[in-house]
Design a protein around this ligand. Structure first.
Ligand code: ADP
Length: 649
């Protein structure tokens, strides 16, 4: 704001029916640096004011056609003249007349005769007051405009409405005839362009927009980070005309939109006359631009979040996997249509409720509770009311800040795999019995042949024996599996897993040395015993350690770990082998399943892990695997600690 202390000049209208008084006033006022117009009647005065409002009126009270008080009232009621100072000049000096004059709207009441120096001093003082009043008024208008713009925009989240709101406000504030905003991303690529002409949004070709940002004034403003006034665009090589538009532009005003020191866009205002914009227009537009940049960024982020959400919703709705997300308290935050179908609930009712109230499935709730209490992410198999089986994985959502975090449960329907598994079991138990006897016979006669033949024939007979042994192993494993799954082995004794691990590691030492793999055990001290069948538990350990050694290349490492957590003992076998593709993990513990492409790595039956699973589940535990391709694998199982041995480390 610039309050004036300078001596103001100005246009003074002297209204007096007495010619001598008019001449006296004109002479002194002109000497004082003012220009003077004269009127002898009220009508003449009104006509002079209508053609051009004066800066001040010197008015005689006694006029032939209307008294000065009435003329003062008329001037005050005209919006174009309302702020013009009026000095009443009269021979009347009684206080009543003064009061009437001031009440009618005069600024001063001077009594004739008057000295020329007093006249000039009064006029100058009133003109200074008027100018300062105008400056204050302009400042007030500007503050009101800024307040209105920020109030209108800061509650608006629709990007198009924010853009056109900023344009409308700035175009109107400086009397431009059109304007445009180019919105940019962090890499200064054009996100959006809006061009407003006579309150209508018009289209500008993409190439032109890009040219403006690359070579035009917008580019210059972006590079220098300051606003600029162009008095005549024809004389400024930086101006890129919107060639196809047909609009004439002669002057322009361009400002950057900056939010937290980052350029988010450029605002351009234009006019068809030269020299239209002033420094105070530039200041005002800069102020509006800085107020509205935050609204613009908010609206842009909101738009991005909205689009992202719509994309996510489309993905979540189209997948067959059931997905449920809960927040850190266990309230359902998201439930996709597949999950709603699987558990027979409605997403609208479930969201916001605690998981145990929202989902009528105790298995899911218990598995989630276990996962969230211990942070462990072992998957679980859930059987639904209609018999379908879901393979459920739990992933923690890591988020900082209060209220962040939670869990996501993804459930894949593995019913058909389960059915396949059952069919395989039935097939196995019938077929393996029928295979054992003939295999033993083939092996027996093969041995006889090996002994009685020589040369090539003997080698053929040896092959018969090798193959028969391999088949017998397969049949033995199948029978083992069938027995374990049938639960016919009721042996349950207190077993020290620490001892079983030590024995298994010692037994595998030769295989590890031959394979050039470092094998080590890391077992917590005072590991509580578990109740079980030591032969089968040892078989499970042998299979996991055997696999790890089989698939880990020379120079690698295999570590067996065991520790107690809560009411469970956890055992893991970690290797530095090739890892397993994520999509194969759910099928790994199936019978005969071998990871595609890995079959050639070593001989195997595809039953080892199925046996591990069957043994552990028979003992009331769970198996899992975590693996990343190229990062090795960790197979693990948990076993419950019998009540009397509970403790944990
Ligand atoms: P196999 O007799 O084929 O080893 P398993 O049931 O023991 O049968 O294992 C099934 C499949 O799992 C294997 O064929 C192999 O593809 C994969 N696998 C098991 N353990 C590992 C491991 N430690 N690293 C990489 N792949 C493994």
């Amino acid at each position: 704001m610039d309050i004036s202390t300078e001596e103001p000049g100005g246009d003074i209208l002297v209204v007096d029916d007495d010619a001598t008084s008019r001449i006296w006033a004109r002479v002194w006022l002109q000497k004082g640096g003012f220009s003077v117009r004269e009127a002898a009647t009220a009508q003449e005065a009104l006509a002079a004011m209508a053609s051009c409002p004066p800066d001040l009126i010197l008015l005689d009270v006694m006029l032939p056609d209307m008294d000065g008080f009435e003329l003062t009232r008329r001037v005050r009621s005209d919006p174009n003249l309302a702020t013009v100072p009026i000095v009443l000049l009269t021979v009347l000096s009684d206080p009543g007349s003064k009061v009437r004059g001031l009440e009618a709207g005069a600024y001063e009441f001077l009594s004739k005769p008057l000295s020329s120096s007093e006249l000039l001093a009064r006029v100058r003082m009133l003109l200074r007051l008027k100018r300062n009043q105008e400056v204050l008024q302009a400042e007030q208008n500007r503050t009101a405009l800024l307040y209105q713009v920020s109030r209108d925009l800061n509650t608006e989240l629709d990007l198009d409405r924010v853009l056109s709101g900023i344009l409308r406000a700035t175009v109107a504030a400086v009397g431009a005839s059109r304007g445009s905003i180019i919105l940019l991303d962090e890499q200064r690529r054009i996100l959006r362009h809006i061009f407003l002409y006579q309150d209508q949004v018009a289209k500008v070709r993409r190439e032109v927009q890009e040219q403006v940002v690359r070579q035009g004034l917008a580019g210059w403003v972006l590079e220098h980070g300051v606003g600029v006034i162009v008095p005549d665009v024809l004389e400024d090589p930086r101006w890129v005309a919107l060639t196809t538009s047909g609009y004439v532009t002669r002057s322009a005003l361009v400002v950057p939109l900056i939010y937290r020191e980052q350029m988010v866009g450029v605002l351009t205002l234009a006019h068809e006359e030269v020299n239209r914009f002033t420094q105070s227009d530039l200041d005002l537009v800069m102020a509006i631009a800085s107020q509205s940049a935050a609204a613009l960024v908010n609206a842009r982020l909101f738009q991005e979040v909205k689009e992202e959400r719509a994309r996510l919703e489309a993905i979540l709705s189209s997948t067959d996997n059931a997905i449920i997300a809960v927040d850190h308290e266990g309230r359902v935050a998201l439930l996709n249509p597949a999950a709603a179908r699987a558990f027979g609930v409605s997403a609208r009712q479930a969201v916001g409720q605690m998981l145990d109230q929202a989902i009528p499935h105790s298995g899911l709730v218990q598995s989630w509770r276990r996962a969230s209490a211990s942070g462990a992410t072992e998957p679980a198999e859930l059987t639904l009311a209609d018999g379908r089986v879901l393979f459920c994985t739990f992933s923690p959502v890591l988020a900082s800040g209060e209220g962040g975090g939670g869990w996501v449960m993804v459930m894949q329907d593995i019913t058909h795999l389960k059915q396949l598994d059952r069919l395989k079991s039935e097939f196995v138990s019938t077929v393996s019995h029928d295979l054992r006897t003939p295999l033993a016979t083939i092996h027996g006669f093969g041995e006889v042949l090996v002994k009685s033949l020589d040369g090539e024939n003997r080698e053929c007979a040896q092959q018969i024996c090798v193959q028969a042994r391999q088949m017998s192993r397969l049949v033995e494993e199948l029978l083992d599996l069938a027995k374990i799954e049938a639960g016919v082995e009721s042996v349950r004794v207190s077993c020290s897993l620490a001892d079983l691990i030590a024995e298994a590691v010692t037994a595998a030492r030769f295989q590890a040395d031959t394979a050039g793999v470092m094998l080590q055990a890391d077992v917590a001290a005072c590991l509580p015993p578990v109740a079980g069948n030591p032969v089968r538990l040892r078989q499970a350990l042998d299979n996991l350690i055997g696999n790890a050694l089989k698939y880990t290349p020379p120079g690698g490492q295999v570590t067996v770990r065991a520790w107690a957590r809560g009411e469970q003992v956890l055992v893991t076998v970690q290797d530095s082998g090739p890892g397993i593709p994520r999509e194969n993990l759910p099928r790994l513990f199936e019978k005969f399943y071998r990871v595609p492409g890995q079959e050639g790595r070593s001989a195997g039956t595809g039953l080892g892990l199925a046996i591990v699973k069957a043994v552990i589940e028979q003992h009331g535990g769970q198996v899992w695997v975590e693996s990343e391709l190229g990062q090795g694998s960790t197979f693990g199982f948990s076993l419950p600690i019998p009540n009397e041995a509970c403790g944990g480390s």
